[in-house]
Design a protein around this ligand. Structure first.
Ligand SMILES: Cc1ncc(COP(=O)(O)O)c(C=O)c1O
Length: 431
Protein backbone atom coordinates (compact mmCIF):
# COMPACT_ATOMS: atom_id res chain seq x y z
CA UNK A 1 0.00 0.00 0.00
CA UNK A 2 1.24 3.47 -0.68
CA UNK A 3 -0.20 6.09 1.66
CA UNK A 4 -0.70 9.82 1.27
CA UNK A 5 1.47 12.40 3.01
CA UNK A 6 -1.07 13.08 5.76
CA UNK A 7 -1.31 9.41 6.68
CA UNK A 8 2.46 8.96 6.67
CA UNK A 9 3.06 12.01 8.85
CA UNK A 10 1.00 10.38 11.63
CA UNK A 11 1.78 6.69 11.13
CA UNK A 12 4.76 6.32 8.77
CA UNK A 13 7.70 4.18 9.91
CA UNK A 14 5.96 2.82 13.00
CA UNK A 15 4.61 -0.67 13.55
CA UNK A 16 3.00 -0.67 17.01
CA UNK A 17 2.94 -4.48 17.12
CA UNK A 18 6.75 -4.40 17.41
CA UNK A 19 6.54 -2.07 20.43
CA UNK A 20 4.00 -3.66 22.83
CA UNK A 21 1.21 -2.04 20.79
CA UNK A 22 2.07 1.35 22.25
CA UNK A 23 -0.07 3.94 20.49
CA UNK A 24 2.42 6.76 20.94
CA UNK A 25 5.98 5.98 19.77
CA UNK A 26 7.93 4.81 22.88
CA UNK A 27 11.02 6.72 24.01
CA UNK A 28 13.90 4.23 24.20
CA UNK A 29 15.89 6.10 26.82
CA UNK A 30 18.94 3.87 26.88
CA UNK A 31 22.58 4.34 25.92
CA UNK A 32 23.30 0.75 24.89
CA UNK A 33 21.48 -2.40 23.72
CA UNK A 34 22.26 -5.98 24.69
CA UNK A 35 24.38 -7.69 22.06
CA UNK A 36 23.05 -11.21 22.72
CA UNK A 37 25.68 -13.80 21.95
CA UNK A 38 29.10 -12.99 20.53
CA UNK A 39 28.12 -14.31 17.06
CA UNK A 40 25.28 -11.80 16.93
CA UNK A 41 27.77 -9.13 18.04
CA UNK A 42 29.97 -10.10 15.06
CA UNK A 43 27.02 -9.55 12.73
CA UNK A 44 26.03 -6.25 14.36
CA UNK A 45 29.54 -4.80 14.29
CA UNK A 46 30.09 -5.83 10.67
CA UNK A 47 26.88 -4.06 9.56
CA UNK A 48 25.42 -7.46 8.55
CA UNK A 49 22.54 -7.19 11.02
CA UNK A 50 20.69 -3.94 11.43
CA UNK A 51 19.77 -3.77 15.13
CA UNK A 52 20.80 -1.02 17.56
CA UNK A 53 24.09 -1.30 19.44
CA UNK A 54 24.59 2.10 21.00
CA UNK A 55 22.39 5.23 20.87
CA UNK A 56 25.08 7.44 19.32
CA UNK A 57 24.72 5.30 16.17
CA UNK A 58 21.05 4.32 16.26
CA UNK A 59 18.10 4.04 18.58
CA UNK A 60 14.59 2.67 17.94
CA UNK A 61 12.82 6.01 18.65
CA UNK A 62 15.25 7.88 16.39
CA UNK A 63 14.95 5.10 13.80
CA UNK A 64 11.16 5.56 13.60
CA UNK A 65 11.67 9.29 13.01
CA UNK A 66 14.21 8.51 10.27
CA UNK A 67 11.84 6.04 8.61
CA UNK A 68 8.95 8.51 8.84
CA UNK A 69 11.01 11.31 7.28
CA UNK A 70 12.15 9.01 4.47
CA UNK A 71 8.53 7.92 3.87
CA UNK A 72 7.30 11.55 3.76
CA UNK A 73 9.78 12.20 0.93
CA UNK A 74 9.40 8.86 -0.88
CA UNK A 75 13.14 8.59 -0.20
CA UNK A 76 15.50 5.63 0.31
CA UNK A 77 16.92 6.68 3.68
CA UNK A 78 17.29 9.33 6.35
CA UNK A 79 19.47 10.08 9.33
CA UNK A 80 18.37 12.25 12.25
CA UNK A 81 20.97 14.44 13.94
CA UNK A 82 21.31 16.66 16.99
CA UNK A 83 20.83 19.95 15.11
CA UNK A 84 20.28 21.52 11.72
CA UNK A 85 23.89 22.71 11.71
CA UNK A 86 25.05 19.11 12.21
CA UNK A 87 22.85 18.12 9.24
CA UNK A 88 24.26 20.88 7.01
CA UNK A 89 27.90 20.40 7.95
CA UNK A 90 27.84 16.58 7.89
CA UNK A 91 26.12 16.57 4.50
CA UNK A 92 28.67 18.96 2.98
CA UNK A 93 31.62 17.11 4.51
CA UNK A 94 30.20 13.80 3.28
CA UNK A 95 29.91 15.05 -0.28
CA UNK A 96 33.15 16.94 -0.57
CA UNK A 97 35.57 15.36 1.88
CA UNK A 98 39.17 16.58 1.91
CA UNK A 99 40.09 18.74 -1.05
CA UNK A 100 36.59 18.97 -2.50
CA UNK A 101 34.59 22.11 -3.17
CA UNK A 102 30.93 23.01 -2.68
CA UNK A 103 29.26 25.44 -5.06
CA UNK A 104 26.58 27.55 -3.39
CA UNK A 105 25.02 31.01 -3.01
CA UNK A 106 24.99 33.61 -0.23
CA UNK A 107 21.20 33.22 0.12
CA UNK A 108 21.52 30.85 3.04
CA UNK A 109 21.00 30.74 6.78
CA UNK A 110 23.63 33.08 8.33
CA UNK A 111 25.21 30.30 10.43
CA UNK A 112 25.79 28.21 7.30
CA UNK A 113 27.44 31.14 5.50
CA UNK A 114 29.62 31.79 8.54
CA UNK A 115 30.68 28.13 8.72
CA UNK A 116 32.00 28.47 5.16
CA UNK A 117 34.76 30.77 6.39
CA UNK A 118 35.00 29.91 10.11
CA UNK A 119 35.48 26.15 10.00
CA UNK A 120 35.15 24.38 6.64
CA UNK A 121 38.45 25.56 5.08
CA UNK A 122 40.25 24.36 8.24
CA UNK A 123 38.98 20.84 7.58
CA UNK A 124 39.76 20.77 3.88
CA UNK A 125 36.46 21.91 2.42
CA UNK A 126 36.43 24.91 0.09
CA UNK A 127 33.29 26.85 -0.79
CA UNK A 128 32.53 28.82 -3.96
CA UNK A 129 29.70 31.36 -3.77
CA UNK A 130 28.02 32.55 -6.96
CA UNK A 131 26.84 36.13 -6.94
CA UNK A 132 23.47 35.90 -8.64
CA UNK A 133 21.63 32.60 -8.06
CA UNK A 134 18.68 33.85 -10.16
CA UNK A 135 20.96 33.43 -13.18
CA UNK A 136 20.97 29.63 -13.38
CA UNK A 137 23.87 29.61 -15.86
CA UNK A 138 26.04 31.10 -13.08
CA UNK A 139 25.95 27.66 -11.44
CA UNK A 140 27.37 26.14 -14.63
CA UNK A 141 30.13 28.76 -14.75
CA UNK A 142 30.92 28.33 -11.05
CA UNK A 143 31.73 24.61 -11.26
CA UNK A 144 35.39 23.63 -10.85
CA UNK A 145 37.05 20.28 -11.55
CA UNK A 146 36.87 19.33 -7.86
CA UNK A 147 33.36 20.67 -7.11
CA UNK A 148 31.62 17.77 -5.37
CA UNK A 149 28.11 19.15 -4.81
CA UNK A 150 25.83 22.12 -5.39
CA UNK A 151 24.12 23.37 -2.23
CA UNK A 152 21.02 25.62 -2.12
CA UNK A 153 18.08 26.48 0.14
CA UNK A 154 14.69 25.82 -1.47
CA UNK A 155 13.06 28.86 0.13
CA UNK A 156 15.49 31.37 1.52
CA UNK A 157 15.68 33.31 4.72
CA UNK A 158 14.78 36.17 5.19
CA UNK A 159 13.59 37.13 1.68
CA UNK A 160 11.73 33.94 0.63
CA UNK A 161 13.51 33.82 -2.73
CA UNK A 162 13.19 30.62 -4.77
CA UNK A 163 15.95 28.97 -6.82
CA UNK A 164 15.02 27.13 -10.02
CA UNK A 165 15.84 23.78 -8.48
CA UNK A 166 15.02 21.62 -11.47
CA UNK A 167 17.48 23.46 -13.69
CA UNK A 168 20.19 23.61 -11.02
CA UNK A 169 19.79 19.83 -10.51
CA UNK A 170 20.30 19.35 -14.26
CA UNK A 171 23.59 21.27 -14.08
CA UNK A 172 24.78 19.21 -11.09
CA UNK A 173 23.88 15.94 -12.77
CA UNK A 174 25.59 16.87 -16.03
CA UNK A 175 28.81 16.86 -13.94
CA UNK A 176 27.86 13.72 -11.97
CA UNK A 177 27.65 15.60 -8.67
CA UNK A 178 24.63 15.73 -6.31
CA UNK A 179 22.32 18.64 -5.58
CA UNK A 180 21.94 19.11 -1.82
CA UNK A 181 18.91 21.16 -0.75
CA UNK A 182 18.20 22.71 2.65
CA UNK A 183 14.40 22.47 2.75
CA UNK A 184 13.98 23.80 6.29
CA UNK A 185 11.64 26.73 5.62
CA UNK A 186 9.54 24.91 3.01
CA UNK A 187 9.11 21.63 4.94
CA UNK A 188 8.12 18.52 2.94
CA UNK A 189 4.47 19.59 3.18
CA UNK A 190 5.05 22.52 0.83
CA UNK A 191 7.82 21.04 -1.31
CA UNK A 192 9.43 17.66 -1.85
CA UNK A 193 12.81 18.55 -3.41
CA UNK A 194 13.31 14.98 -4.65
CA UNK A 195 10.50 15.59 -7.15
CA UNK A 196 12.64 18.35 -8.68
CA UNK A 197 15.96 16.56 -8.97
CA UNK A 198 17.50 16.98 -5.48
CA UNK A 199 19.67 14.06 -4.37
CA UNK A 200 20.08 14.96 -0.71
CA UNK A 201 17.77 17.07 1.47
CA UNK A 202 18.79 18.59 4.80
CA UNK A 203 16.63 20.04 7.55
CA UNK A 204 16.87 22.02 10.67
CA UNK A 205 14.04 20.04 12.31
CA UNK A 206 14.13 22.71 15.01
CA UNK A 207 11.88 24.81 12.75
CA UNK A 208 8.65 23.87 10.96
CA UNK A 209 9.20 20.10 10.98
CA UNK A 210 8.84 19.89 14.76
CA UNK A 211 7.06 23.22 14.86
CA UNK A 212 6.73 24.00 18.56
CA UNK A 213 10.01 25.70 19.36
CA UNK A 214 10.89 23.05 21.94
CA UNK A 215 13.70 21.01 20.37
CA UNK A 216 16.99 21.38 18.48
CA UNK A 217 17.20 18.71 15.79
CA UNK A 218 18.32 18.07 12.22
CA UNK A 219 18.02 15.49 9.47
CA UNK A 220 19.61 14.41 6.19
CA UNK A 221 17.55 12.47 3.66
CA UNK A 222 18.72 10.81 0.45
CA UNK A 223 16.89 9.83 -2.70
CA UNK A 224 18.85 6.60 -3.14
CA UNK A 225 19.13 7.32 -6.86
CA UNK A 226 22.46 9.15 -7.10
CA UNK A 227 25.51 7.16 -8.26
CA UNK A 228 28.44 7.73 -5.89
CA UNK A 229 30.48 5.13 -7.79
CA UNK A 230 31.34 7.35 -10.78
CA UNK A 231 34.90 8.03 -9.64
CA UNK A 232 34.03 11.51 -8.35
CA UNK A 233 33.65 10.21 -4.79
CA UNK A 234 36.71 8.05 -4.03
CA UNK A 235 35.84 8.20 -0.32
CA UNK A 236 32.76 6.11 -1.08
CA UNK A 237 34.76 3.54 -3.06
CA UNK A 238 37.80 3.04 -0.81
CA UNK A 239 37.71 -0.31 1.08
CA UNK A 240 38.09 0.25 4.81
CA UNK A 241 39.06 -2.11 7.60
CA UNK A 242 36.28 -0.88 9.90
CA UNK A 243 33.73 -1.83 7.22
CA UNK A 244 35.01 -5.42 6.96
CA UNK A 245 32.50 -8.25 6.84
CA UNK A 246 32.35 -11.29 9.12
CA UNK A 247 34.89 -12.82 6.70
CA UNK A 248 37.39 -10.05 7.65
CA UNK A 249 37.54 -8.76 4.07
CA UNK A 250 37.57 -4.95 3.76
CA UNK A 251 34.58 -3.37 2.02
CA UNK A 252 33.67 0.10 0.85
CA UNK A 253 30.62 2.26 1.62
CA UNK A 254 28.87 1.32 -1.62
CA UNK A 255 29.15 -2.37 -0.75
CA UNK A 256 27.95 -1.98 2.83
CA UNK A 257 25.13 0.50 2.10
CA UNK A 258 24.14 -0.15 -1.56
CA UNK A 259 20.68 1.49 -1.24
CA UNK A 260 21.59 4.38 1.06
CA UNK A 261 25.29 5.18 0.55
CA UNK A 262 25.03 8.86 1.57
CA UNK A 263 23.19 8.43 4.87
CA UNK A 264 24.97 5.10 5.44
CA UNK A 265 28.34 6.87 5.29
CA UNK A 266 27.03 9.70 7.46
CA UNK A 267 26.12 7.18 10.14
CA UNK A 268 29.23 5.01 9.88
CA UNK A 269 31.66 7.93 9.72
CA UNK A 270 30.29 11.31 10.77
CA UNK A 271 27.77 10.30 13.41
CA UNK A 272 30.11 7.59 14.66
CA UNK A 273 33.19 9.80 15.02
CA UNK A 274 31.88 13.37 15.30
CA UNK A 275 28.91 12.27 17.38
CA UNK A 276 26.02 14.75 16.96
CA UNK A 277 23.41 12.12 17.88
CA UNK A 278 19.77 13.12 18.41
CA UNK A 279 18.45 12.06 21.80
CA UNK A 280 15.48 9.64 21.83
CA UNK A 281 13.38 12.19 23.73
CA UNK A 282 14.09 14.88 21.15
CA UNK A 283 13.27 12.41 18.35
CA UNK A 284 9.95 11.82 20.11
CA UNK A 285 9.23 15.57 20.15
CA UNK A 286 9.95 15.84 16.43
CA UNK A 287 7.66 12.85 15.76
CA UNK A 288 4.91 14.51 17.77
CA UNK A 289 5.35 17.77 15.87
CA UNK A 290 5.28 15.99 12.51
CA UNK A 291 1.79 14.66 13.26
CA UNK A 292 0.34 18.14 12.64
CA UNK A 293 2.78 19.38 9.99
CA UNK A 294 0.26 19.96 7.19
CA UNK A 295 -2.30 21.63 9.44
CA UNK A 296 0.28 23.92 11.03
CA UNK A 297 2.04 24.93 7.83
CA UNK A 298 -1.19 25.64 5.93
CA UNK A 299 -2.36 27.92 8.79
CA UNK A 300 1.03 29.67 8.79
CA UNK A 301 0.75 30.24 5.03
CA UNK A 302 -2.76 31.66 5.48
CA UNK A 303 -1.54 33.93 8.29
CA UNK A 304 1.35 35.11 6.10
CA UNK A 305 -1.08 36.06 3.33
CA UNK A 306 -3.21 38.10 5.75
CA UNK A 307 -0.19 39.89 7.23
CA UNK A 308 1.30 40.59 3.78
CA UNK A 309 -1.95 42.30 2.77
CA UNK A 310 -1.86 44.42 5.92
CA UNK A 311 1.82 45.38 5.53
CA UNK A 312 1.38 46.30 1.88
CA UNK A 313 -1.13 48.94 2.95
CA UNK A 314 0.86 50.31 5.87
CA UNK A 315 2.45 53.77 5.54
CA UNK A 316 5.33 52.54 7.74
CA UNK A 317 6.45 49.80 5.35
CA UNK A 318 8.82 50.36 2.41
CA UNK A 319 8.54 46.94 0.80
CA UNK A 320 7.29 43.42 1.52
CA UNK A 321 9.30 40.40 0.43
CA UNK A 322 7.44 37.13 -0.12
CA UNK A 323 6.30 35.46 -3.35
CA UNK A 324 2.69 36.32 -2.41
CA UNK A 325 3.50 40.06 -2.19
CA UNK A 326 2.66 42.41 -5.07
CA UNK A 327 5.20 42.51 -7.92
CA UNK A 328 7.39 39.85 -6.34
CA UNK A 329 9.80 38.51 -8.98
CA UNK A 330 9.48 34.90 -7.76
CA UNK A 331 5.77 34.50 -8.55
CA UNK A 332 6.21 32.14 -11.47
CA UNK A 333 8.79 30.00 -9.61
CA UNK A 334 6.37 29.95 -6.65
CA UNK A 335 3.61 28.66 -8.94
CA UNK A 336 5.89 25.86 -10.10
CA UNK A 337 7.47 24.84 -6.78
CA UNK A 338 4.99 26.05 -4.14
CA UNK A 339 1.40 25.57 -5.31
CA UNK A 340 0.31 25.30 -1.64
CA UNK A 341 2.01 28.61 -0.73
CA UNK A 342 5.58 29.77 -0.24
CA UNK A 343 5.75 29.40 3.53
CA UNK A 344 5.17 31.54 6.58
CA UNK A 345 8.46 33.48 6.68
CA UNK A 346 8.55 36.96 5.16
CA UNK A 347 10.41 40.24 5.48
CA UNK A 348 9.50 43.88 5.21
CA UNK A 349 11.38 47.14 5.02
CA UNK A 350 10.77 49.34 8.08
CA UNK A 351 10.22 53.00 7.16
CA UNK A 352 11.85 54.91 10.02
CA UNK A 353 15.08 55.46 11.88
CA UNK A 354 17.16 52.73 13.54
CA UNK A 355 15.90 53.97 16.91
CA UNK A 356 12.27 53.79 15.73
CA UNK A 357 12.87 50.25 14.41
CA UNK A 358 14.21 49.17 17.79
CA UNK A 359 11.21 50.72 19.58
CA UNK A 360 8.87 48.93 17.15
CA UNK A 361 10.55 45.58 17.90
CA UNK A 362 10.14 46.23 21.62
CA UNK A 363 6.46 47.14 21.22
CA UNK A 364 5.01 43.90 19.78
CA UNK A 365 3.15 41.75 22.29
CA UNK A 366 1.87 38.78 20.27
CA UNK A 367 4.93 38.51 18.01
CA UNK A 368 7.82 37.21 20.13
CA UNK A 369 11.29 38.68 19.63
CA UNK A 370 13.31 35.49 19.12
CA UNK A 371 15.94 33.97 16.82
CA UNK A 372 13.81 31.15 15.49
CA UNK A 373 11.32 30.38 12.71
CA UNK A 374 8.57 27.83 12.07
CA UNK A 375 7.29 27.97 15.67
CA UNK A 376 3.61 27.67 16.59
CA UNK A 377 4.04 31.22 17.97
CA UNK A 378 4.61 34.18 15.65
CA UNK A 379 8.10 35.66 15.81
CA UNK A 380 9.73 38.92 14.80
CA UNK A 381 13.40 39.82 14.43
CA UNK A 382 15.91 42.26 12.92
CA UNK A 383 18.18 39.87 10.96
CA UNK A 384 21.17 42.18 10.39
CA UNK A 385 21.79 42.47 14.13
CA UNK A 386 20.89 38.88 15.06
CA UNK A 387 20.37 35.82 12.81
CA UNK A 388 22.56 37.21 10.03
CA UNK A 389 25.01 39.12 12.24
CA UNK A 390 27.88 36.92 10.98
CA UNK A 391 27.52 38.17 7.41
CA UNK A 392 30.23 40.61 6.35
CA UNK A 393 29.03 43.90 4.79
CA UNK A 394 30.00 42.41 1.38
CA UNK A 395 27.93 39.25 1.97
CA UNK A 396 24.98 41.37 3.16
CA UNK A 397 25.17 43.44 0.02
CA UNK A 398 25.21 40.25 -2.06
CA UNK A 399 21.88 39.13 -0.56
CA UNK A 400 20.45 42.67 -0.42
CA UNK A 401 20.08 42.60 3.34
CA UNK A 402 19.76 46.15 4.71
CA UNK A 403 19.39 47.26 8.33
CA UNK A 404 15.76 48.25 7.59
CA UNK A 405 14.84 44.56 7.20
CA UNK A 406 12.43 43.02 9.70
CA UNK A 407 11.66 39.32 9.43
CA UNK A 408 8.41 37.72 10.53
CA UNK A 409 7.77 34.02 11.04
CA UNK A 410 4.03 33.44 11.20
CA UNK A 411 2.64 31.11 13.81
CA UNK A 412 -0.79 29.74 14.50
CA UNK A 413 -2.47 32.66 16.28
CA UNK A 414 -5.55 34.48 15.04
CA UNK A 415 -4.64 36.66 12.00
CA UNK A 416 -6.79 39.44 13.49
CA UNK A 417 -4.66 39.53 16.64
CA UNK A 418 -1.42 39.39 14.66
CA UNK A 419 -2.40 42.36 12.51
CA UNK A 420 -3.69 44.28 15.54
CA UNK A 421 -0.37 43.63 17.27
CA UNK A 422 1.65 45.11 14.38
CA UNK A 423 -0.77 48.04 14.19
CA UNK A 424 -0.45 48.87 17.91
CA UNK A 425 3.36 48.58 17.70
CA UNK A 426 3.46 51.04 14.77
CA UNK A 427 1.16 53.37 16.77
CA UNK A 428 3.43 53.10 19.80
CA UNK A 429 6.34 54.36 17.68
CA UNK A 430 4.68 56.81 15.31
CA UNK A 431 1.65 57.85 17.32
C1 LIG B 1 17.66 27.16 6.80
C2 LIG B 1 18.38 26.74 8.04
N1 LIG B 1 19.24 25.72 7.97
C3 LIG B 1 19.92 25.30 9.06
C4 LIG B 1 19.76 25.92 10.29
C5 LIG B 1 20.52 25.44 11.50
O1 LIG B 1 19.65 24.70 12.30
P1 LIG B 1 19.79 24.47 13.89
O2 LIG B 1 19.56 25.78 14.54
O3 LIG B 1 18.75 23.43 14.17
O4 LIG B 1 21.18 23.96 14.12
C6 LIG B 1 18.85 26.97 10.41
C7 LIG B 1 18.67 27.65 11.72
O5 LIG B 1 18.11 28.71 11.82
C8 LIG B 1 18.15 27.40 9.24
O6 LIG B 1 17.27 28.42 9.29
Amino acid sequence: MSYDFDTLKVQGGYDASLHNNAVSVPIYQTAAFGLGDSYRADRLFSFSEDDPIYTRLSNPTVDILEKRLAALHGAAGAIALASGMAAVSYALLNAAGKGGRILTTARLYGGTVDAFTSIFPDIGLEIDIIENPDDVSAFERGLKSNTRAIYIESLTNPFATIPDMNKIAGIAHSRKIPLIVDNTIATPYLLNPFEYGADVVVYSATKGLSGHGNVIAGAVIESGKFNYGSGNFPHFERPLWFLRGTDNIERNILQVFPKTPFTGRLRAVHLNYLGAALSPFDAYLVLLGLETLSERVSKQVANALAVIQYLENSPHVKWVCHPAAKNNPYKSLAEKYFPKGAGGVLSFGFKGTEEEKRRFLAATKVFGYQANIGDARSLIINPTETTHVELTPGQRELVGLGTDTIRLSLGLESPKDLIADLEQAFKEVFG
